[in-house]
Ligand binder design. Structure first.
Ligand SMILES: C=C1C[C@]23C[C@@]1(O)CC[C@H]2[C@@]12CC[C@H](O)[C@@](C)(C(=O)O1)[C@H]2[C@@H]3C(=O)O
Ligand SMILES: O=C(O)CCC(=O)C(=O)O
Ligand SMILES: [Fe+2]
Length: 337
């Protein structure tokens, strides 16, 4: 019988991890236990552009409340055309369905291809997925695309639309903290140098029900905007329980990242989320991460502050060190006062 090698070779990598260190009794139990679906707040962004002051204020309040109570919400009427989202998905599928050697060795998307979790020290830190992690500054670079030239226009349009939406949401959240947007922008520069788009693919996984597509984590940015397909698998922590997000084809998902949690002194929540692998179906998602420049100082808007001030560069470095050394991210607790 001819053995077809899986693309990418996730099973090989998974079995290379020392399995005796798995925290099975706690984590596996936890993986099995989640609430079926919970209604994540659904916010109609039409309110933000209303001529009516009251409607605008109501929409802003809904955004701030969801960021405080959930750290996650869905948005509709977000201004990003269905056609663009569909074109992006088609190009993403073409890219991921290329051979493993093309994805990993041909310099595609700034050589940003990654799969699994090479540094995982336990199966509990292993992600059954592959991704391209593309900085905005590289998106227009022709050299990044090789034979996938039709991806370039779509990705450029997609990133610019997402950047506009992310900045609109950030503005609402800053103003809700009683801060002036100009004061925030004077300190923080969310330019193209550190923001990125992450293209994710979660191949089907028949090994076990208990494998993560993406390990539990928080995002290291101000906020993330996610476009997912209809397969499902994303779960988030709410009141100490995992709840599954029901896919909604008209909605984008927004989540608060660590930087907004620190900036708001824990008012907005950077909530842990994970993706469960699916035994039968592959899944796709695209995430846009709003980040400041590396020298931006992240400091709380309130005293006494829970976290010490840190630059985004310092934060990224710590996340990378922990991921390399421990196989997982530790995050904001490293910066508690
Ligand atoms: C394996 C990992 C990659 C990651 C850090 C982590 O230990 C777990 C979370 C991953 C993630 C997801 C959101 C962002 O893309 C990211 C930059 C982050 O802060 O956490 C990545 C990390 C990464 O790719 O380095
Ligand atoms: O694919 C998803 O649903 C989540 C992806 C994610 O959490 C990430 O890219 O940080
Ligand atoms: Fe994430």
């Amino acid at each position: 019988m001819v053995q077809v090698e899986s693309n990418p070779p996730l099973a090989q990598d998974f079995y290379r991890i020392p399995h005796q260190y798995s925290e099975k009794t706690t984590l596996v139990k936890n993986k099995d236990q989640y609430e079926k679906f919970d209604e994540l707040p659904l916010i109609d962004l039409k309110g933000l552009t209303s001529r009516d002051n009251g409607e605008r204020a109501k929409c802003a309040t809904e955004i701030a409340r969801a960021s405080t109570e959930w750290g996650f919400f869905q948005v509709v009427n977000h201004g990003i055309g269905e056609k663009l989202l569909n074109r992006m998905r088609i190009e993403q599928m073409k890219l991921f369905h290329a051979s493993f050697s093309k994805k990993s060795t041909c310099g595609l998307l700034n050589n940003s291809y990654r799969w699994g979790t090479p540094a995982a020290t336990s199966p509990d830190y292993f992600s059954w997925s592959e991704a391209f992690h593309v900085p905005l500054t590289k998106i227009s670079d022709q050299a990044c695309y090789g034979e996938f030239s039709s991806l370039r226009d779509v990705l450029m349009e997609y990133a610019s639309a997402m950047q506009k939406l992310a900045k609109t949401l950030a503005r609402v959240l800053i103003m809700n903290l009683g801060q002036k947007v100009e004061d925030f922008q004077g300190k923080i520069c969310c330019d193209e140098s550190t923001c990125f788009v992450r293209l994710n693919r979660y191949p089907s996984c028949s090994l076990s029900q208990e494998i993560y597509g993406f390990v539990p984590h928080t995002d290291s940015d101000f906020l993330t905007i996610l476009h997912q397909d209809q397969v499902g698998g994303l779960q988030l922590m709410k009141d100490s329980k995992w709840v599954a997000v029901k896919p909604n084809k008209d909605a984008l998902i927004v989540n608060i990242g660590d930087l907004f949690q620190a900036w708001s002194n824990d008012l907005y929540k950077s909530v842990e989320h994970r993706v469960m692998a699916n035994a039968k179906m592959e899944r796709f998602s695209v995430a846009y991460f709003l980040c400041p420049s590396y020298d931006s100082l992240i400091e709380s808007c309130q005293q006494p502050s829970i976290y010490r001030s840190f630059t985004f560069g310092e934060y990224r470095k710590k996340v990378q060190e922990d991921s390399k050394l421990l196989g997982r991210k530790v995050g904001l607790s490293r910066f508690l006062r």
